[in-house]
Design a protein around this ligand. Structure first.
Ligand code: SDX
Length: 430
């Protein structure tokens, strides 16, 4: 235990215990603050508040470090696969060959949707956003899982985790097929996770999609890079919902909705929209940066900035390198990539961005790769969600397994009207 923190207020002084995490982060434990002082803390946006203890992912925003269960993201992106990384994140250790084989088998066994689910897509308009469909269909799929409601043994949890991770691909691809009026494809048992997803997206009943191995590897790497990220908005949402003992699928469905926002997972779509607008309008990157900096500007350099990273997002570095590799392999020249690089170069030497420690984040380059692969723009955040499923599952499980688990229920400081009496309508101002 490290030293206690002392809080002095209105002549009173109280000691608050502190403790240190495994990476030497120090926290003041305020769980007794209100009992001892009647006061609460205030931290709009939770920038200084630890909501939980977690052993899944560690980020050092100043040093640009990201590790899943202690393994550096650079090594996992280079050496691992998404399925192996998902196993690590969910179960805490890298799998043995036998464990990995068994997990792959469970993903394959659970990849088919109940046939009745296919009719649900008829209820969505063709232009429905795939994130709305994804969230709705995850909950719809859970209706076919009665076992879901009692996830207290490891076996049923593992089976449900594999089912969710596997079916989210089939659900996502089906929404794309429906939107373009093509028949939904069935998953193939001879394809691995990411190749199977590309098959579901791009194969037709009369023409199998034959993915380039480098494309499969690039998309698998994108999933690895998105697999977890501490208590980001959507993961905190999954934990919040899970803390009420809502089931895994309902909690993840809520996480999908939180991820959709353009300040969060929706940023990968917003980056491409921004780059496309710059390209179409012919505005120079320097001019766009000047607009972003303008005093009352609402414009943001999407894909830049991060609540935690005050240095390079390590994922952005990996994705930038992957962009060049994939586009060269596919023989694609995308003017948006040139614009992105020019924006980055301009921003990184501009005081506005340097002073605010704004660097490219995971969303700045990921969309360029997805575009080159042929992923439609409105599916970009869906792919972010597919990648984040293991992190959501692991965080939900951490809440579920906590022996001291309590429902998440923050307090507030009330700033509304003080007590006043009801006024019959005839006596109110007209
Ligand atoms: C993800 O949390 C996670 O881990 C998320 C994520 C994950 O893996 O789960 O990493 C994924 O969501 C990445 C972020 C994707 N979002 C974007 O790229 C949208 C653009 N960036 C932002 O809007 C912003 O940077 C956030 C939302 C990411 C972070 O916002 P904060 O921490 O609340 O910072 P802020 O809005 O308080 O900004 C501080 C200052 C402000 O200027 P001043 O008021 O001091 O003058 O920086 C400015 C902001 O205006 N600023 C930007 C900017 N981001 C912040 N100015 C221009 N362009 C930007 N992108």
């Amino acid at each position: 235990m490290s030293d206690a923190a002392t809080l002095n207020f209105q002549g009173k002084s109280i000691e608050l215990p502190t403790f240190v995490g495994s990476e030497n982060e120090v926290a003041v434990d305020i769980q007794e603050l209100r009992n001892k002082t009647g006061m609460i803390t205030f931290d709009d946006g939770y920038g200084n508040t630890g909501s939980c203890l977690s052993s899944i992912t560690y980020i050092d925003g100043d040093a640009g470090i990201l590790r899943y269960r202690g393994y550096p993201i650079e090594q996992l992106a280079e050496e691992s696969t998404f399925v192996e990384t998902a196993y690590l994140i969910v179960f805490g250790e890298l799998p043995s060959a036998a464990e990995l084989q068994r997990f792959r088998g469970q993903l394959t066994a659970h990849q088919f949707l109940h046939e009745n689910l296919r009719h649900h897509y008829d209820g969505f308009p063709p232009n429905a956003h795939p994130m709305a469909i994804l969230s709705a269909m995850i909950n719809a799929a859970s209706c076919f899982q009665p076992a879901l409601m009692k996830l207290d043994d490891d076996e049923s949890f593992t089976s449900q985790a594999a089912r969710l991770m596997s079916q989210v691909r089939t659900i996502a691809a089906a929404s794309y097929k429906k939107s373009i009026g093509e028949p939904m494809m069935y998953p193939r048992s001879d394809l691995r996770y990411t190749a199977n997803f590309l098959h579901l997206l791009f194969s037709k009943p009369y023409a199998e999609y034959d993915p380039d191995p480098d494309v499969v590897r690039a998309l698998d790497q994108i999933f690895i890079l998105h697999a977890d990220h501490e208590q980001n908005c959507s993961t905190s949402t999954v934990r919040m919902v899970g803390s009420s003992q809502a089931n895994l699928w309902a909690s993840v469905s809520a996480g999908v909705c939180a991820l959709w926002g353009p300040l969060h997972g929706g940023a990968n779509q917003a980056v491409i929209e921004m780059l496309t607008e710059i390209h179409k309008s012919g505005v120079k990157p320097e001019e766009f940066i000047a607009r972003v900096k303008a005093k009352d500007s609402k414009a943001r350099l999407m894909g830049f900035g991060h609540r935690v990273y005050k240095n390079f997002d390590p994922r952005a570095k990996i994705l930038k390198a992957a962009c060049d590799k994939v586009l060269n392999k596919l023989g694609v020249h995308d003017p948006l990539l040139d614009i992105a690089k020019k924006l980055e170069e301009t921003a990184l030497r501009d005081d506005y961005f340097v002073e605010r420690k704004l660097y490219p984040n995971v969303d700045f380059y990921s969309g360029i790769i997805m575009r080159a692969i042929g992923i439609p723009l409105n599916m970009f955040t869906v792919l972010f969600a597919i990648g984040r499923i293991p992190g959501w599952i692991a965080n939900w499980r951490e809440v579920h397994l906590n022996p001291k688990a309590r429902i998440y229920r923050p307090r507030q400081i009330y700033t509304g009207p003080t007590k006043r009496d009801y006024l019959p309508i005839g006596k109110r101002a007209t």
